[in-house]
Design a binder for this molecule. Sequence first.
Ligand SMILES: Cc1cc2nc3c(=O)[nH]c(=O)nc-3n(C[C@H](O)[C@H](O)[C@H](O)COP(=O)(O)O)c2cc1C
Length: 221
Amino acid sequence: MATDLHELLRSLRVWDPEVTRLPPFDTEAAPTTPLELFTEWFAAVVAAGQSEPHTMSLATSDEAGLPDVRIVMLHGADEAGWSFASHAGSRKGRHLASRPYAALCFYWPVLGRQVRVRGTVSAAPSADAQGDLHARSTGALAAALTGRQSEVLGSVAELAQASQAAWERAAREPDTSVPSWTLYRLRAEEVEFFQGDEARRHVRLRYRRAEEGWTRELLWP
Ligand SMILES: Cc1cc2nc3c(=O)[nH]c(=O)nc-3n(C[C@H](O)[C@H](O)[C@H](O)COP(=O)(O)O)c2cc1C
């Protein structure tokens, strides 16, 4: 029998008390910068057992302004921005080359939290991208060496052959560079922290970059 999608949807819920704890969010006590709060919340969700908290949605737009979104890994967050890495020639790489703006979204269900980050994106110096890549696994280097991300693939066999060669090269030359591999840094203009609430009085705190420092404001849920 075919799966009834709508029946399945009706059977599901968010913030099941068996898996989710909704902590209070005292916005008055929030730090003055979003980076500090992001770091606090990140540590809290890791401690609460959130799986893959460092995966995030990355939204970009094409030349016509049409959006697209996909998951990437967070490589770091510091004064220079939120960073992630990819191929410059991929769809997202082409989007970022023509429109250097992006939005990130993290969802951490164990604590009912969402964080949204918007801002301008720039490519880090190539040496930083290569350093970041070489600090990762052989598999990460092999995947980067395989390349051609987002091009149309002729067959699964073609990928298997290219990937095999890339794994062998990654093992043989662990310091080899991958020129298209790019480390992107998103400089936040706006960061929103959302804390889910049982009574649906969700708390939303938005930081906006000001001439000096950040302004903070609450948003209706
Ligand atoms: C959990 C997870 C992590 C991923 N991490 C990355 C990443 O860090 N960099 C990347 O280029 N693609 C990553 N991908 C693949 C992207 O989601 C996407 O398929 C790919 O980058 C091509 O996107 P594009 O065609 O929009 O450029 C990841 C996918 C998943 C599911």
